[in-house]
Design a protein around this ligand. Structure first.
Ligand code: GAR
Length: 197
């Protein structure tokens, strides 16, 4: 059984897709051992609670500086003894020490076709705003391994999604989630879990 830790910052629809994927056996040989949020009060934590999954908040607001926050975050991750760490809308820069310690065991979902609209400053709705501003006709989502760059690690899966006339960033975000993200992330975890056994 692959021990999965999911890291979140917000609504947690991607976390929900993983929870559902495990429940309906789309993902086999994996279970979520913990959910970690950097924000208090986000709906992702409620999703974890409803599914009976252990969850915790490690917020930078509770620490004097970034170094002590990073240490606390890494300690929390270690406490779950994960085989795989999934960044599911986790909008915090991952400490380098964690990337070294969990090399090739951290994956991220990004709401564009990397290498478009990625890197520093491109997260959440901002990605879709940029795609619409550039006028692309296709966008999508990418699941990739996390290395020390921002969105630069090896790509695992990608799926294209059409941009339609009249799209707003919110409408496009929703379509990218429905047609790409919520499918790709469970698929990537399932693939990694299968390869491990
Ligand atoms: C998702 O669209 C995810 O791809 C994005 O944040 C959203 C989180 O939604 N992640 C990034 O932009 C990472 N650079 P969720 O909390 O509903 O899963």
């Amino acid at each position: 059984m692959l021990r999965v830790v999911v890291m979140v910052s917000g609504g947690g629809t991607n976390l929900q897709a993983i929870i559902d994927g495990i429940a309906n056996k789309e993902i086999e040989h994996a279970h979520i051992v913990g959910v970690i949020s950097n924000n208090y009060g986000v709906y992702a934590l409620e999703r974890a609670a409803k599914a009976g999954i252990d969850h915790a908040v490690v917020s930078p607001k509770d620490f004097a500086d970034r170094t002590s926050f990073n240490e606390a975050l890494l300690d929390k991750v270690r406490s779950y003894e994960p085989d795989l760490i999934v960044l599911a809308g986790f909008l915090v820069v991952i400490p380098e020490k964690m990337i070294d310690e969990y090399e090739n065991r951290i994956i991220n979902i990004h709401p564009s076709l990397i290498p478009s609209f990625c890197g520093t400053g491109y997260y959440g709705l901002k990605v879709h705003e940029a795609a619409l501003a550039r006028g692309v006709k296709l966008t999508g989502a990418t699941v990739h391994y996390v290395d020390k760059g921002t969105d630069t690690g090896p790509i695992i899966l990608q799926k294209a999604v059409e941009v339609k006339d009249g799209d707003t960033p919110e409408i496009l975000q929703r379509r990218v989630m429905e047609e790409a993200e919520w499918k790709l992330l469970p698929e990537a975890i399932s693939k990694i879990a299968k390869e491990k056994i």
